[in-house]
Design a protein around this ligand. Sequence first.
Ligand SMILES: [Fe+2]
Length: 200
Amino acid sequence: MSVRQLFATPVYDGELGHAALLDELADACRDLAMDDRAGRAWSKEHGYRGYTSYASLNDLPRRDPRFGDLVKLLDKHVAAFAVECGFQLHGKLKLDSLWVNILKPGGAHSGHIHPHSAVSGTLYVEVPAGSGAIRFEDPRLAMMMAAPQRLPDAPEPLQPFVHVAPRPGMVLLWESWLRHEVMPSTAKGERLSISFNYRQ
Ligand SMILES: [Fe+2]
C-alpha cells in the first residue's frame, strides 16, 4: 500500500548569503522610510503599523543601487525556484514589483494573495526576537466544510496552516496565489523585510 501526495504547494527557503549587502539594505530601507513622505502618509492612512513603500514607489532597483544589487541575486533564486516548480516558461520570470516593509512592534499584515504575478517572496533583513512569523494557508480551505481537523503532529504537508519563522538573510519564495499573512509581532524592535513579485 502507498499513499500518494498530490497537488504540491512549493515554498522555497534560501539564503541571500551576502552579509554586507544585508547591512546595506537595512540602511536603504530606513533611508527610504525617511525620504518617502507619500509612503509614510499612505501607511498611516491605511493603519499600517510602520512604513511600507508598496503604494508609493515602484522604482527601487533604479532609484538605489543597493536594491539593484539585491535584484541580481533574487533573479537567481527565482530562476532556481521556477525549475523546482516545473514551470513551462518562455524566457525567465521578470521582476514586476519590489517594496520595503518596516513593521513596528505589534504590527501585522492580514491574509492576502499577490494577484497578476507568478512567484512572490520576501527577503528578511532584520528580524528581532519576537518578530511575527509568516503563516501560509491551504488554498483548499474553503472546500473543507466537513473535513476533520488534523492532528497537531500530523506531517507538515497535511496541515492547513503552516507558520514559517523568518531569519535575517532568508529568501522565502512561493507561488503568488498562495494566501499568507504576517502574524503580530511581539518584538521590541522593527522587523525589516523586502517583498517582491515576479511575473512571466
Ligand atoms: Fe504578501
